[in-house]
Design a protein around this ligand. Structure first.
Ligand code: ATR
Length: 304
């Protein structure tokens, strides 16, 4: 099996994958996609269940997405995952979109059923399961600060809202985007829960004074921005503003500590990176494709 397949490979299929036994019928589409850990995780899952399919990486750029999806449909693929930059753009090419994915406005999992593309989004639920696994708590009980207002933030913020979290604060460098997201979620927070003088739902600017003010009324801080993708990056919130009562979750995954997790530990808080979310969103995708429970232990072991 090649490390990375391209649109050209899909156009020449099945020749490029001839040597792959079992055949490739699943994959991740993205650009870049080389760093993705999904193939090792999903292939371990497939193998452990005795499913005779393999999962591969496909480097597909924005312009190539419609052609690639059409080819996958014709080539009898079982499904794919989508990553940057396709999650939002893919919506319009689906034959059918699950209600939750439509609400988020993004698709991360496609199931191909009788040649039909059905779009799902497992990021929010995957996040919720990751938080339970890492910190043994449910979102329902938490006051959450989400850093960022892009695709990942939308999935996570909506999940927090749906699970009726105590409080949701969204901070973004472009404050208007945080405001728009908060506005969309307003109805979820119209209920009677009142938490002292602070609002249950709030958009705040990406500023030290705003973070400083919020931290005492927050339990969980989630980084969905790309700050920390490079090991040399600073933490999105410096350690001196964090506090020991916090749970810190960085959606960036890494085998070493991300800058945000390092800052958490330095401040005495608990911290976890996005490997657990990668695992759970992938397990949920597996369950959509095969309508059976995912082999979590095998998939987790492949990531560690
Ligand atoms: P994803 O789909 O992974 O969420 P995205 O939609 O491109 O990616 O969102 C990226 C997020 O990271 C945005 O919230 C972005 O802030 P802006 O809306 O202001 O662009 C945030 N982000 C990226 N670089 C950042 C930086 N250097 N500092 C703070 N936020 C940053």
């Amino acid at each position: 099996m090649k490390e990375i397949y391209t649109l050209k490979d899909l156009q020449d299929w099945p020749r490029p994958q001839k040597k792959s036994v079992p055949p490739i019928r699943l994959g991740i589409l993205g650009d870049p996609v080389a760093h993705s850990l999904s193939p090792q995780m999903q292939n371990a899952g497939l193998e452990s269940c005795g499913l005779k399919l393999r999962y591969a990486r496909f480097e597909i750029d924005s312009g190539e997405l419609p052609t690639a999806l059409d080819l996958l449909r014709k080539l009898d693929f079982a499904g794919v995952n989508l990553t940057v930059p396709h999650k939002i753009a893919a919506l319009e090419f689906m034959d059918d979109v699950d209600e939750h994915a439509r609400q988020i406005g993004a698709v991360n999992t496609i199931k191909i059923d009788d040649g039909k593309l059905r779009g799902f989004n497992t990021d929010g639920k995957g996040f919720s399961r990751a938080i339970r696994e890492e910190f043994s708590v449910d979102l329902r009980d938490l006051r959450v600060l989400v850093l960022g207002a892009g695709g990942a933030a939308r999935a996570i913020a909506l999940q927090c809202a749906k699970e009726n979290c105590e409080r949701l604060v969204i901070a973004n460098r472009t404050i208007e985007k945080a405001g728009d997201l908060a506005k969309e979620l307003r109805d979820f927070f119209a209920g009677p829960k009142v938490f002292g003088p602070v609002p249950r739902l709030q958009a705040i600017p990406w500023e030290e004074s705003a973070f400083r003010f919020q931290i005492a009324n927050i339990d969980l801080v989630v980084n969905t921005t790309s700050v920390g993708l490079n090991r040399a990056d600073a933490s999105p919130i410096p350690a001196r503003l964090l506090a020991p009562h916090l749970m810190i979750y960085d959606t960036i995954y890494s085998s070493v500590r991300t800058p945000f997790v390092s800052a958490a530990l330095e401040s005495g808080a608990r911290g976890a990176n996005g490997l657990s979310m990668l695992l759970h969103q992938g397990a949920l995708a597996f369950e959509i494709w095969f309508e059976r429970e995912a082999p979590l232990d095998a998939m987790r072991a492949a990531l560690l």
